[in-house]
Design a protein around this ligand. Structure first.
Ligand code: GMT
Length: 381
């Protein structure tokens, strides 16, 4: 197949899923065309089956806001037409699904038919998409996609709850490359960060409000009253200055390291004992899956799709959003019971292997084929 992929290319789960999926499709022999405004950060090597098309945004003095959606639509028209793509897979509804619909209408004028698959990732439905300034476009674009996937059952349910969707949504979970994300012998890291044998607690995110990073710090404050521990905060984003301020006020700065954005995150996860994800909402929780693949159990909220990934009492624990006392109690219980901790670490790995890329990628491949066939049948009728 010749596949076009549209995504947000910078740090973020949807971009990671889109890029890794494209790379896996290319390894399988498909011809993959990424169409994004910047080179996706995980697209870092030459691959004979991968092409990259940059959406160029020429700003003119008249525009206060550069019309990204129009530039993307024009680029989609160009790439589909000249590369003779079989399918377009757009990640994140806003504005990728509506740009794809517009491109499809333009291409029809040349008698070119291009099926579009839209993958819903989370905040495009649970936060941003619900906003009245986007809702009609999101609803229309989803209902006019040829195929729709959601990254968890919870996100599928939320989509039907929040939008008048008339089409079927296929659940295809996030996935992980276990060859890359696996526990590595990096004991020298542990020795450097926790020289006195402290437990290592980790959180990775883009520090958006929805991630509730302040709750990570509050949980950690409670943990260190009982157990010697260090906290690694990985990633960066709008809330980081407020979190740094909170750490200074709580005087826990000495035990907390802000590591910023990290490429080889699996090396750090390899030496950690516990991952904390206290998100307000999380459609799947790819960052938690990455931790679990490196044998790190997870303390998370029970919101969104988290219970589909993190099994309470087996791979970690689930708490209500904001219940830092419950999260801390679970963390202390686990970190003080070595045999339970060892069991949870193995359970985390076993659960992560259910989401192996080799299991999930064929589901997308099969779904593409179904959507292409369906579009052919519709065009004949
Ligand atoms: O979590 C973020 O802020 C990034 C966001 C995105 O769209 O890039 O992640 C969403 O998509 C990921 C990949 O499907 C999911 O694993 C995340 O759970 C989801 N984030 C939220 O729902 C908050």
């Amino acid at each position: 197949m010749k596949i076009g992929i549209v995504c947000y290319p910078t740090f973020g789960g949807s971009g990671v899923v889109a890029t890794e999926l494209g790379k896996a499709m290319a390894d399988k022999g498909h011809s993959v065309h990424f169409i994004t405004y910047r080179q996706p950060f995980r697209l870092d090597h030459f691959h004979e089956n991968i092409s990259y098309h940059e959406v160029t945004l020429n700003n003119y003095p008249l525009f206060e806001y550069a019309p990204y959606e129009s530039a993307l639509t024009s680029k989609l028209v160009d790439v589909v037409r000249y590369e003779q793509l079989d399918i377009l897979h757009v990640h994140y509804a806003i504005p990728h699904a509506s740009a794809a619909w517009m491109a499809k209408q333009i291409l029809k004028t040349w008698n070119i038919s291009i099926p579009v698959v839209t993958t819903l990732h989370g905040t495009d439905i649970t936060l941003v998409g619900k906003d009245q300034s986007y809702e009609p476009v999101v609803t229309f674009a989803i209902n006019n996609s040829d195929g729709i996937t959601a990254v968890s059952q919870s996100l599928k349910d939320d989509t039907y709850k929040n939008f008048p969707i008339t089409k079927d949504i296929e659940v295809i979970y996030n996935f992980i490359d276990l060859k890359r994300f696996s526990k590595q012998p990096k004991d020298h890291f542990r020795q450097a960060i926790a020289p006195a044998g402290e437990k290592l607690i980790v959180h990775t995110s883009n520090f958006r409000k929805v991630k509730r990073v302040d709750d990570v710090v509050k949980v950690f404050e409670k943990i260190i009253t009982k157990i010697p521990a260090k906290l690694l905060l990985i990633g960066d984003g709008p809330e980081r200055p407020a979190i740094e301020k909170l750490c200074r006020e709580l005087a826990s700065c000495d035990s907390i390291r802000f590591l910023g954005k990290q490429e080889a995150i699996e090396e750090i996860l390899s030496v950690c004992d516990l991952f904390i994800m206290p998100s307000e909402t999380e459609s799947f929780g790819l960052a938690a899956l990455e931790a679990m693949a490196c044998q790190v159990p997870v303390i998370s909220t029970n919101s969104g799709g988290m219970p589909e990934l993190n099994i309470h009492g087996e791979t970690g624990y689930l708490s209500d959003v904001g219940d830092v006392d419950d999260m801390a109690a679970h963390a202390i219980d686990l970190l003080t019971d070595e045999s339970k901790l060892a069991r949870f670490k193995m359970n985390a790995l076993m659960q992560a292997s259910r989401f192996d890329i080799n299991v999930i990628m064929p589901k997308y491949e099969e779904y593409y084929k179904r959507v292409i066939e369906g579009a052919k049948v519709r065009s004949v009728v």
